[in-house]
Design a protein around this ligand. Structure first.
Ligand code: SAM
Ligand code: SF4
Length: 320
């Protein structure tokens, strides 16, 4: 799977994602263009990559997002999904689907408007709700990402799980990862970690025993362990990157919006693809493919056996 960050900018300021002490975004001129993204993704597709995830920052703040998606869709038999905070979905859901997005994951860490505002640095929960409604209507179903943080939102785990009881939605609980210098990563980030086992206990105390779901081969399930509630229509996903790292089965590479190919969310190795894209002699597809193959091979070889548990770059700049 290739996770493509199309921007490091965002219309929210989640404390666990954006760097503390102010954000300095990369200059717009440094962004990979839709053509660059199509060239890299085209190569990855020829290499056999079939899952592409568009992320950020917030992908919907990028003006040429629809063109980027159309270009990726033109690759053919690829699964194209996107992760978003949902705020722009009332305006964009239909055109995203039309352009070629297959599935959407929305992120939300509280169902309480005041808390949602605090976590996101000013976001309005009613706008998220409108985005959620539009997404579910246009795409038929939706996945929700919830980062569980002790003392912040861990008392809402069972409420979130309840959303997957009556609806055909997947609610995925993500362990907090200390990345970059985000507000929560400074000091003692371990205090915020709520493990997947603790999440399971909170859900079972209210909704009954969870049972494993056969579904790990479903498109885009990724690293989530999937579970079902008794009588529930949807699914619960657990992403236990901290308490039980899944590095040995990780098949993800990440492309930052400025063209850095990254082997790992934490401090894995990086390869800058920009010199390869700008090299004049790479204007033929075969020459470009040759150089990109070397870069992808180099990057894959830098994937750590087990991640470093702390990362130097905030999630917003890598692409979550
Ligand atoms: N803006 C979009 C969104 O919020 O979904 C896409 C980008 S965001 C970086 C992708 C995902 O990474 C979100 O679900 C977010 O909650 C998650 N994330 C960000 N920082 C994280 C951290 N430190 N630990 C765990 N998950 C994190
Ligand atoms: Fe923006 Fe998503 Fe990061 Fe929140 S998690 S600040 S919405 S990129």
């Amino acid at each position: 799977m290739l996770r493509i960050s199309v921007t490091d900018r965002c219309n929210l300021r989640c404390g666990y994602c954006m760097p503390a002490g102010g954000v300095s975004f990369q200059p717009k001129d440094d962004l990979l263009t839709p053509q660059d993204l199509a060239r890299i993704s085209g190569f990855a597709h020829r290499l056999g990559v079939r899952y592409f995830k568009i992320t950020g920052g917030e992908p919907t703040v990028r003006r040429d997002l629809i063109e980027i998606i159309q270009r990726l869709r033109a690759l053919g038999s690829a699964d194209l999904s996107m992760t978003s905070n949902g705020l722009q979905m009332p305006r964009m859901a239909a055109s995203l689907k039309e352009a070629g997005i297959d599935r959407v994951t929305l992120s939300v860490d509280s169902l309480r408007p005041d808390r949602y505002r605090d976590i996101t640095g000013g976001g309005r929960f009613e706008l998220f709700e409108e985005g959620l409604e539009a997404t579910a209507k246009v795409f038929g179903t939706v996945k929700l990402n919830v980062v569980v943080m002790r003392g912040v939102n861990d008392d809402e785990v069972a409420d979130f799980a309840g959303l997957a009881r009556d609806r055909d939605w997947t609610v995925r609980f993500i362990e907090f990862m200390p990345l970059g210098s985000s507000v929560l990563a400074d000091g003692d980030p371990d205090q915020y970690l709520v493990t997947a086992d603790e999440v399971t206990s909170s859900i079972e105390a209210v909704h009954g025993s969870l049972a494993p779901v056969e579904g790990s081969a479903d498109p885009g399930v990724g690293p989530a362990r999937l579970l079902a509630m008794p009588g529930g229509r949807g699914r619960i996903g657990l992403i236990h990157a901290m308490s039980r790292p899944f590095c040995e089965t990780c098949n993800r590479l990440r492309l930052t919006s400025s063209g850095i190919l990254r082997s790992c969310l934490f401090d894995g190795g990086e390869v800058d693809l920009v010199p390869i894209l700008r090299e004049k002699s790479h204007d033929s597809e075969s020459k470009l493919d040759e150089a990109l193959l070397e870069a992808f091979t180099q990057c894959t070889a830098m994937k750590p056996e087990v991640h470093a548990s702390r990362g130097g770059r905030a999630m917003s700049s890598i692409g979550g």
